[in-house]
Design a protein around this ligand. Structure first.
Ligand code: SF4
Length: 277
């Protein structure tokens, strides 16, 4: 390996080390022959097949059992190194926050005020995942604290839960400029931290708020209107997508559909709505 390739590999390893990932899977079937053993004139392997990983078919098979439409979900690309690694032993939310540090891993760091890690109970049975922090969240360093956040709190309370009994976070932890949707490279860079949070909390159900959260977790481009309200499978955890509270602020008529979705979650968790006073 020449010095330039070595530096690139070291940079990648440092990146995954920052994410607390130290185990790598080497695909023996697609790994290239050692360059020194390749006869003269034979084609040389591409360097990026060295860390090739297998697609995690298990997750998508169980997903297909969960809902017929889910079978249409494409496997967009091969799994990332993070997805192929085993769960990190003894991981904690504190450790994940420490690993994030003063993160500059993607361009969203440039205009953020605060990293919005997530809030709520680390033992929550229910996790809500949004798209990314907005202005109020960026200022306060907390998820869902603006107008949409107030509506989310009302939705949680209507389910008979307190906000501090659930866990709330976003796909990306820094505010996208002008509240634009996070870009694919930003989602790809930040989502390993979200996946670690979900592995630590190990909830009984996940609710994706809006298309970005759903599409990021499922690696799918399907529209939320097609899969809204259906149970899917995210790595063994039942997951349901519904509309984002910000959408409900603009389209109050959709509140009924969201309430129908939340009632499915309540039934799954064995919750009854609080008695009206
Ligand atoms: S969005 Fe995530 S990856 Fe990007 S800078 Fe913020 S914490 Fe880091």
């Amino acid at each position: 390996m020449n010095s330039e390739s070595r530096a690139r590999v070291e940079a990648w390893l440092q990146y995954f080390n920052d994410l607390n990932i130290s185990s790598f899977y080497l695909d023996r079937f697609s790994a290239p022959t050692a360059p020194e053993n390749i006869p003269p004139g034979e084609p040389r392997p591409k360097p990026d097949t060295i860390f090739a990983v297998k697609t995690p078919a298990k997750d998508f098979n169980s997903l297909a059992q969960a809902a017929p439409l889910a079978a249409a979900l494409p496997v967009v690309k091969s799994a990332s190194l993070f997805e192929s690694s085993n769960r990190i032993e003894n991981d904690t939310l504190e450790r994940i926050r420490e690993d994030i540090g003063d993160c500059k891993r993607c361009k969203l760091c440039e205009q953020r005020t605060n990293i919005v890690f997530g809030s709520g109970s680390g033992k929550a049975e229910l996790v809500f995942i949004g798209e990314g922090p907005g202005h109020d969240e960026d200022v306060q360093g907390l998820p869902f604290v603006g107008r949409a956040g107030k509506l989310l709190t009302q939705m949680i309370e209507a389910m008979g839960l307190r906000r501090d009994e659930v866990y709330i976070c976003n796909v990306v932890k820094c505010r996208p400029p002008q509240n634009r949707a996070p870009e694919p490279d930003e989602v790809e860079t930040c989502s390993p931290f979200l996946f670690r949070q979900l592995a630590v909390i190990h909830p009984k159900a996940i609710v994706c708020l809006g298309a970005t959260a759903f599409q990021s977790l499922m690696a799918s481009k399907l529209s939320i209107s097609r899969l809204r309200g259906q149970w899917l499978d995210f790595r063994g955890t039942p997951m349901l997508a519904t509309y984002h509270p910000a959408y409900l602020l603009r389209n109050p008529n959709a509140k009924g559909e969201v309430w129908d979705d939340l009632k499915k979650v309540m039934a799954h968790l064995g919750l009854k709505p609080p008695a009206r006073r």
